[in-house]
Design a protein around this ligand. Structure first.
Ligand SMILES: [Zn+2]
Length: 387
């Protein structure tokens, strides 16, 4: 028998439904971690562990003569907002989402409970088929991804003795092969002015007006790096905060601008801050009395796994065997936990069911066929790497 004969779509659909029906916003992952742990035990994983933060980790033991593979993703989800029946996990006609097949609907379906279910069932197929593996297979569900970047996956890497030679991050890629993503820096620029009576603005320096001019200048003059696979870097104004209490009519003397700057691997915090300082200096030649100072307030790392890396090659071989072609290489638009795994020296590739475009939207859903295809590609990749 072929390994694919041990993969039954209805089991995966059923498990994904149970995951969606178990709400798990960040910090409330205990119940869903238990659902996953129970399923792993039922499917005869060699070891199943849930740690203090509700990382859930299942292992298949290899004989130690080959490379090991980590398949992981997060088990929390964005808040449902105004989404109707967010925890129904119901199967419905996909045409309302522009999908010509049935879909599984519910909060976290595409981001990313479907992928977790596929990973669990790909590993389970090895057990059912009685495969002897050379390297270990580790399937992990991580909490705390949506609200606090990477807290869960970092805790797992530091405390749970999870060591792997390669990793697959299962965030939605629409069944394409992703090789990383840009990083995100958040920079706060404090703009200072000078207070004066509003009846006599010429005596003061209006920080709000200077801030607005600086925003326009930044957007027009920031020259950003480009990357063939990861995409072009971007700069986005996140917020413009004033502190005026306006009890008396005064010219405001302070404001803050928050900027999101997407960056490429290799760019450093100091480089990016230096760019902001240089742009402000340049702006001062055109905006009189501009006094502004940038500081870094958030940093989410970038990652890039080159196409020639073994895990990318193996995944493409597996994809070709399942889908007929290795697939184009691309990258996520947003950040993932995969960056933190890659940062620990574990080459990481991205592959997952569903379209990332629907993550965090009220149209959160997953085409049913993706569940079967993704499980097969994961299973075949396990064989290519650990078999
Ligand atoms: Zn996600």
């Amino acid at each position: 028998m072929n390994i694919f004969d041990y993969i039954k779509l209805e089991d995966i659909v059923n498990f994904t439904q149970r995951l969606v029906q178990t709400p798990s916003e960040s910090g409330q992952e205990k119940a869903v971690a238990q659902v996953i742990a129970r399923e792993m035990k039922r499917l005869a994983f060699d070891e199943v562990q849930v740690d203090a933060l509700n990382n859930v980790i299942g292992r298949l033991k290899g004989d130690g003569t080959g490379p090991s593979l980590l398949l992981n993703g997060h088990i929390d989800h964005a808040e449902p907002g105004a989404m109707p029946e967010p925890y129904s996990g119901k199967i419905m006609d996909g045409s309302r989402f522009g999908v010509p097949e049935p879909v599984l609907y519910g909060r976290g379906a595409v981001d990313m409970k479907g992928a977790i279910a596929c990973m669990v069932y790909a590993a389970a197929a090895m057990k059912k088929a009685g495969m002897k593996l050379k390297g270990d297979v580790i399937v992990a569900g991580n909490p705390f991804e949506e609200e606090s970047a990477a807290q869960g996956v970092l805790y797992m890497l530091d405390h749970d003795n999870v060591k792997a030679d390669y990793a697959i991050c299962g965030e939605a890629t629409n069944l394409n092969v992703y090789v990383g993503h840009r990083g995100n820096a958040e920079v706060k620029i404090t703009v200072k002015g000078r207070m004066s009576h509003a009846s006599n603005p010429g005596r003061g320096v209006n920080a709000v007006v200077k801030g607005a001019e600086l925003i326009t200048y930044l957007l027009q003059h920031y020259r950003l790096p480009k990357h063939d696979l990861l995409g072009d870097c971007t700069v986005t104004i996140l917020d413009f905060v004033t502190h005026t209490t306006r009890k008396a009519p005064v010219v405001p003397d302070c404001c803050e601008i928050y900027v999101d700057r997407r960056f490429l691997p290799g760019e450093t915090q100091e480089q990016i801050l230096q760019e902001f300082r240089a742009l402000i200096k340049q702006a001062q030649t055109q905006i009189s009395d501009l006094d502004a100072e940038p500081e870094l307030t958030k940093w989410g790392i970038a990652f890039y796994t080159p196409p020639e890396e073994l895990i990318v090659q193996k995944l493409r071989v597996a994809r070709r065997k399942v889908m007929g072609e290795g697939g184009e290489l691309a990258a996520w638009v947003f950040g993932t936990d995969g960056a933190f795994v890659a940062d620990r020296g574990i080459p990481t590739v991205g592959f997952g069911p569903g379209d990332e475009y629907f993550a965090h939207t009220p149209e959160d859903h997953l085409p049913i066929s993706h569940l079967e295809i993704a499980t097969k590609v994961y299973a075949q990749t396990i064989l290519e790497v650990c078999g």
